[in-house]
Each structure stands twice: as structure tokens, then as C-alpha cells.
Design a binder for this molecule. Structure first.
Ligand code: WTA
Length: 634
């Protein structure tokens, strides 16, 4: 789409203002899209050349063993070198890389690229001293403090594979992820602050490690000052080690193969336990760099704020790696949006002069509830672009964000992507006309299609399965230790096409509208959870014989979890038991997984082969037709 297309677009459309067009790095979207379409490798090679390689690649894309694609084959690189080292040779050395504010607003910490290098090097040296080598896995389980950024980059710098587990997850989730990754080291904190409360991270680690023999060391960062048990020989205070000579501020950056693993990140898929999505140094680097550059048009004078937690892919790609690759100044806030008051975020935008603000629909809906008086108390005129991610944004929330926060000046980049894609896939750019609730069109070089059950493209306006047709550099490489599942889950339904797991439709202007997941993934406040994990937490309670969980529409969270349980003999349904079960899930899996409601059942709808038909539960709850129930057990 060009800024002012010849044919007017249908529906509610917001065209970019002359100001926005004037500032935008890409003015002719169409031309760049055409180039990338006809020369995919050429487009990505040109982007990759903007970054530094220890040795240039021999081949941009190797598709000889599809769908195990390889990018920048033969290239030698390290993403940490491009996030930090590269900038030290330029004026950016003294530029702020990271600005941080504590939840209570009383502490501020800032790091220039020079300081970031020192902190990351010190942590890298400490991690090495703990015996971690290239290829070893390190689990990071922390709150939103600068040290989580250091920890991720330190791993990258020495070639270790980080596995960040969201600090809002509880013991079962953490234990499963440590065990599956066979991490030797866990980096954590005594606790973190969240909405005025302390989350006891170290205690959860202790609990999890009772069943994780692979872990040799635990590195503990002091944040809240709570007394925590420290196991001699295993647990180490980070500040104690920082005082030792090993914690030098200089550490060589490891030369990695472009295809060497950078991190794994666990995410929920259909059925079964979470999958470890694997990303690599070279392709992931080029993908996150390029997308942030074009979509959010990051420039040196910008101050970028991505509100996501580093425990999710959005935090990985667009809080940690993408901004640093672009040499940007990034802001990170420790706490939640409404503590102590619902203007906490608006206060930060004003205080730090944020120019680009990237957040989630659930947060916007939550903040909308408090009314316009809260944002009105603050000067938000520094903003020039807004962004949304994680779930479809309802037009009402879009318009509020646009009008009340962006003052009708700031285009909203509604970016559709996934843990698996690593980078934005369907997304506007500042010059692209917007329609509230649509991510507009695929990113440069990508093509998307909407298919019916048999693999035929559906007509415009009809709903179907969203697939991606062309490889991209930051695509997941595999599921760590489970390549068969990678093939099965993403490439088997429509051979040669990447199955996203989402349903969508396309309108007559070629704009894509995401509807939601077609599998057993529930998006709660933008957080991706799997029914299997919730159900297994439920059946670990002595009262529960069987359980099924589904997502149902929720005004703020997008989706809320509803659980249907069958009790064991001797247990009676009661509101107290329902409350106990909700609490049980929260304490085992994490507060974000707490069901809205527990429904006690006499029986669950199942197929003749014994599979629970969640689709039928959902239809019944919503009063919709149950669809094809021919496989339903008598
Ligand atoms: C959903 C988050 C609509 C979608 C980056 C996808 C979205 C899943 C959008 C991936 C968006 C993400 N509009 N839906 N802009 N962004 N989704 O892995 O269902 O946590 O498949 O990655 O979130 O969730 P994940």
C-alpha cells in the first residue's frame, strides 16, 4: 500500500499525515515490497550487510533440506557483538542503551553502551567461571531488572543458550522447563516486585530444583532483600562474585556460526507439554534488526519502550535484542501499569520522553477502564508511534489508544507474529493506511494465505487457516530435541506451508484480520498458555479425576480460562472447592493461569477414542451450534 492509494480503501481507514510520511524511513512501501518479493535473498542480504560479521556468509538461504531452512550459511557472527561491541567503535559508545525505573519510582538506573558492555562482560565472566561453555543451557528466572538483560546478553556473548522462564510462572512450569533444557545454571533473584507485592523467585527455584539434577549452580541477584535460604556450594550471591577478580569488565565475544543456537524459549502449542522453540544467532539477529528498523522506524533520537516482559518472545525480540541491534535507547519499567496509580505508564512516558510505545491490547483495555483523566495528567507529546501485539486488538481499544494516548497523531503498528516467527510477520509501517483491528499486510518478502481444511485458498472475507508461504531469517529452526514435533506441528497439515495455528480472514484490500487460535492455546492477557498445562495442574489435585480447560471471551484479558472438572469419588462440588482448585492452579503454574471459573461436571464430552472435545465445551458455553459431533462418544 502506498500512503495515498489510487483506489480508496474500504471500511474505517486512517491515512498517515504528511508529518508521519515526512519522517518515515520507508516512504515507498510498495517499491521495497516489490524488490523483496522478487529477490528475497537479495533483500535479506542487503539488511544483513548493515550488521557486522566476523566472516561473511557463503549462502543467504539454504533450502536444500526443507523445512529445516538455514540462513547466512557459513557466516560467523555473534548477536551480542552487534548489540554492544559494534556500537563501542562509534559515537554510540556514550549513548544510553538502557534506562530503568523501579516499580515504586524511586530508583533510576541508566547504562550507556559502554556501561552495558562492562556489566554484560562481568556477568559473562562469572557465568564462565561456573563452568558454562558454548552450547550449555542456562535458565534465567527473573523479574524486570537490568540484570535480566545482562544475563541474556552474557549468555549470547559466550555462546551459551539461554532459556528464559517468565518470572510469573510457578514451580511446575519452571521445573518442567529446567528439566527439559537440562540447564546447568539457573540465574534468579531473591524476589521481584510486582504490583506492590514481592514474588518469591528464589524459593520457587529451590522447590523446582528438588527435581532437577542437571543444575549445578544458582546465581542469585539481590533485589528485595528478603532472607532466602542459600545452599552451600550451589547458590551464590551475584554481588559477592562481582567483588572477585574473575568478574572483570572485559570478556571476549565468542565467534559463533550463524546457525548456532542463541536461545530456546518454551511456548504452549496444541496438546502436550510446552515446546522449546529454538532461535539462532545469525537469522534471528537479522530478522529482529530489520523489522524493528522498518516497522517502528527506530532512529538515533528515539526513546523506545516495549512494555513486554523479557520472559516472552516480545521481550526477547523487541525489548532486548532488536533495540540494541539498532543502537537505540530503550526504557524498561519494573512493575505493572496500575501500581500504585493507573497513570504509572503515562508518568514514565512523560518523565523519559518516550517517542515510540509498544504494548498489548489487554493493557490498553485495562487502562481504558480508569478513564481519560489519568493520561490527561501527563504530557504525552513526545510520542510519535504506537504499537500493539499479542492478541487481536478490538477496534474500541484501538480508537481509544489512537485518540487518548496518541492524540490522533501517532499511527498504531498492530504487529502480528509469534514465538516461532521471532519477528513481525504481518504488520503495518508508518506510511501504511490503517484499519483498526487489522495488522494490514505481510512484512517485506513474506506471503500469507488463508486456507480451508483441504488446503484451498478461501474467498476474501471468509475465515480459514492462516499459513505463511516463504521462509524468513528469524524463523524457528526446530523444537529443541524434538525435530519430529517441529515437522508434525508446523509443516504437516499443508506440506511446504508454515501453519501458524491462527485463523484469519483477508478483506478485499488484501488486509489480514486475525481471529484467534485454532488449537489448544489460550491467550490470557496476551500471555500464551496451553490447555494441557492447566489441566495437568488441575489433575494433580487429589479431588480431580479429569479436567478440561478452554478460553472464553473476557472483557479485559481477551480470553479467560474456564475449567471443567470431574471429581473423584468422595468429593462434592462446592464453591470452596472451586476456589481451592483455582488457587491450586495459580500456585503450581502461575497466577496468570488461575481459571476464572471452575465448572463441576458429571461427564466431559469426548470422542470415541477418549479425546476431550474442548470445541464442544466452548460451543456450549457460548450457546453456539456444536458443529460436527459425529465423533462424540455415546
Ligand atoms: C496472537 C506473541 C492478533 C496470535 C508475539 C499468535 C496476535 C499468538 C497478534 C502468538 C496481533 C500475536 N493480532 N493476534 N497483533 N500478535 N497474536 O507466541 O494468536 O506469545 O499466534 O507471540 O499471539 O503468541 P506468542
Amino acid at each position: 500500500m502506498t500512503a495515498n492509494p489510487a483506489k480508496p480503501l474500504s471500511g474505517e481507514v486512517y491515512y498517515p499525515s504528511p508529518d508521519v510520511i515526512e519522517q518515515a524511513r520507508v516512504k515507498d512501501w510498495e517499491a521495497l515490497a516489490a524488490f523483496a518479493n522478487q529477490d528475497l535473498e537479495g533483500f535479506w542480504a542487503r539488511e544483513a550487510e548493515e550488521l557486522e560479521w566476523f566472516q561473511k556468509w557463503e549462502k543467504v538461504l539454504d533450502d536444500s533440506n526443507k523445512p529445516f531452512y538455514k540462513w547466512f550459511v557459513g557466516g560467523k557472527v555473534n548477536i551480542a557483538h552487534n548489540c554492544i561491541d559494534r556500537h563501542l567503535k562509534t559515537y554510540r559508545k556514550n549513548k544510553l542503551a538502557l534506562i530503568w525505573e523501579s516499580e515504586d519510582g524511586k530508583e533510576h538506573r541508566t547504562f550507556s553502551y559502554f556501561a552495558l558492555n562492562r556489566e554484560v562482560s562481568r556477568m559473562a565472566n562469572i557465568i564462565k567461571a561456573m563452568g558454562i561453555q558454548k552450547g550449555d543451557r542456562v535458565t534465567i528466572y527473573m523479574g524486570r531488572v537490568p540484570e535480566i538483560v545482562f544475563a541474556m546478553l552474557a549468555c549470547a556473548k559466550i555462546g551459551a543458550i539461554h532459556s528464559v522462564v517468565f518470572g510469573g510462572f510457578s514451580v511446575d512450569a519452571l521445573q518442567g522447563r529446567i528439566e527439559d533444557s537440562q540447564s546447568k545454571l539457573v540465574i534468579t533473584m531473591d524476589g521481584s516486585y510486582q504490583n506492590g507485592k514481592v514474588v518469591e523467585l528464589k524459593r520457587t527455584v529451590d522447590e523446582a530444583l528438588k527435581r532437577c539434577p542437571s543444575v549445578e549452580n544458582v546465581l542469585v541477584i539481590k533485589r528485595v532483600g528478603h532472607e532466602v535460604p542459600m545452599e552451600a556450594g550451589r547458590d551464590h550471591w551475584y554481588h559477592d562474585l562481582l567483588a572477585l577478580p574473575i568478574a572483570s569488565g572485559k570478556c571476549p565475544t565468542e565467534v559463533m556460526d550463524a546457525e548456532d543456537p542463541l536461545f530456546i524459549l518454551y511456548t504452549s502449542g496444541s496438546t502436550g507439554k510446552p515446546k522449546a522453540i529454538l532461535h539462532t544467532h545469525g537469522g534471528y539477529m537479522v530478522g529482529t534488526y530489520t523489522t524493528l528498523k522498518y516497522v517502528f522506524d527506530i532512529k538515533d533520537e528515539d526513546r523506545w519502550w516495549c512494555t513486554a516482559d523479557p520472559g516472552w518472545i516480545t521481550g526477547h525480540s523487541y525489548l532486548v535484542y532488536g533495540p540494541l541491534l539498532n543502537g537505540a535507547t530503550s526504557f524498561m519499567y519494573e512493575g505493572g501499569p496500575t501500581y500504585p496509580y493507573p497513570d504509572r505508564w503515562w508518568q514514565c512516558i512523560e518523565r523519559y520522553g518516550i517517542t515510540i510505545f509498544y504494548t498489548a491490547p489487554t493493557a490498553i483495555r485495562g487502562l481504558m477502564r480508569f478513564g481519560e483523566a489519568w493520561p490527561a495528567k501527563h504530557d504525552l507529546s513526545s510520542l510519535r508511534l504506537l504499537g500493539s501485539v499479542g492478541e487481536p486488538i478490538n477496534p474500541e481499544a484501538w480508537r481509544w489508544f489512537y485518540r487518548v494516548i496518541g492524540k490522533e497523531r501517532c499511527p498504531i503498528m498492530d504487529t502480528w507474529w509469534q514465538t516461532e516467527t521471532g519477528m513481525f510477520m504481518i504488520t503495518p509501517m508508518p506510511v501504511v493506511p490503517l484499519k483498526p483491528g487489522s495488522g494490514t499486510r505481510p512484512f517485506f518478502g513474506q506471503r500469507a494465505e488463508i486456507l480451508d481444511e483441504h488446503g484451498n485458498p478461501v474467498k476474501d472475507g471468509e475465515e480459514g487457516y492462516l499459513v505463511l508461504l516463504r521462509p524468513w531469517p528469524s524463523m524457528m529452526r526446530t523444537i529443541y530435541n524434538d525435530p519430529d514435533r517441529y515437522l508434525q506441528q508446523y509443516w504437516s497439515k499443508y506440506p511446504g506451508k508454515y501453519l501458524t495455528g491462527d485463523s484469519a480472514r483477508r478483506d478485499e484490500d488484501g488486509y489480514f484480520w486475525i481471529i484467534g487460535r485454532t488449537d489448544d492455546v489460550i491467550k490470557v492477557s496476551g500471555h500464551r498458555l496451553g490447555t494441557a498445562e492447566i489441566e495437568s495442574a488441575l489433575v494433580s489435585h487429589p479431588a480431580v479425576a479429569e479436567a478440561a480447560s478452554i478460553g472464553l471471551p473476557h472483557e479485559i484479558k481477551g480470553q479467560g480460562i474456564h475449567a471443567f472438572v470431574l471429581l473423584r469419588a468422595g468429593y462434592q462440588p462446592s464453591p470452596e472447592l472451586g476456589e481451592q482448585l483455582r488457587q491450586h492452579v495459580a500456585s503450581h503454574l502461575g497466577p496468570i493461569a488461575r481459571p476464572e471459573e471452575i465448572h463441576f461436571m458429571d461427564k466431559l464430552p469426548k470422542t470415541r477414542s477418549g479425546k476431550i472435545m474442548r470445541r464442544v465445551l466452548r460451543a456450549r458455553a457460548l450457546g453456539l451450534p456444536e458443529g460436527d459431533v459425529s465423533t462424540l462418544e455415546e
